[in-house]
Design a protein around this ligand. Sequence first.
Ligand SMILES: Nc1ccn([C@@H]2O[C@H](COP(=O)(O)OP(=O)(O)OP(=O)(O)O)[C@@H](O)[C@H]2O)c(=O)n1
Ligand SMILES: O=P(O)(O)OC[C@@H](O)[C@@H](O)[C@@H](O)CO
Length: 226
Amino acid sequence: MMKYTVIIPAAGMGSRMNTDYNKIFIPLGEVPVIRMTVEKFEADPDCNAIYLAGRKDEIGTLHEILAGCTKVRGIIEGGKERQHSIYNVLGAIEPADYVFVHDGARPFVSEETLTHLKEAVPVHKAVICGVRPKDTLKRIDGSTVEATIDRDQVVAVHTPQAFDYELLMSAYRNALENELSVTDDSMMVEALGVSVHVTPSTYDNIKITTREDLKVAQSIMNKGEG
Ligand SMILES: Nc1ccn([C@@H]2O[C@H](COP(=O)(O)OP(=O)(O)OP(=O)(O)O)[C@@H](O)[C@H]2O)c(=O)n1
Ligand SMILES: O=P(O)(O)OC[C@@H](O)[C@@H](O)[C@@H](O)CO
């Protein structure tokens, strides 16, 4: 199996969570979100190295929380937006064949999701994962429906997203030069005209974003304990 390096951005604010501290420190059970996320990659034998982006004043705390995580090679100061944080890390890592990018705020990524990505990235160079939306989707103009979207043509996109290292570097350089504003990493690859492959994720692979997500997280953990 291929080997990869993972970049985990954790330098956000978590403003939609409405806590007075960064949401990645919220404990789920006993364990902070960010440690749960990092442990998913500690447990994957194909992951060689883990790098994080952290807020300047939180880097010390991150090191403490991640004590004993032997694959963590560096925690680099993040930037204004998620993409800036990841770019800072890209400039600091050892070159690798493949780089995965995974939100610090997605602690429930499954082994199967990682396996799909690892199998696909040597072939496709840029691979994202996602799930089929369960709701009917409409395109709207203000509060008026314009059309019903064909659900077979859409996917709700998660992380990890997996890339050939050189391709991801070019995509980030191009995005920076052209000041592209993006919401995920694959958008930058799309901007180069390179096609992006999609593999399955799981509905449990939520991003901890708002208060409601903490209840969902608890029920995912209860399910895991059977
Ligand atoms: N400047 C930023 C912004 C976000 N992130 C990270 O990117 C991931 C996904 O972003 P999101 O869920 O949007 O996190 P926040 O930006 O923290 O949330 P919010 O938008 O509610 O403030 C998170 O792990 C977050 O810490 C980052 O490293 N650097
Ligand atoms: O737009 P948001 O700040 O909620 O999230 C940005 C990214 O983290 C997000 O788009 C990826 O996780 C893929 O869904």
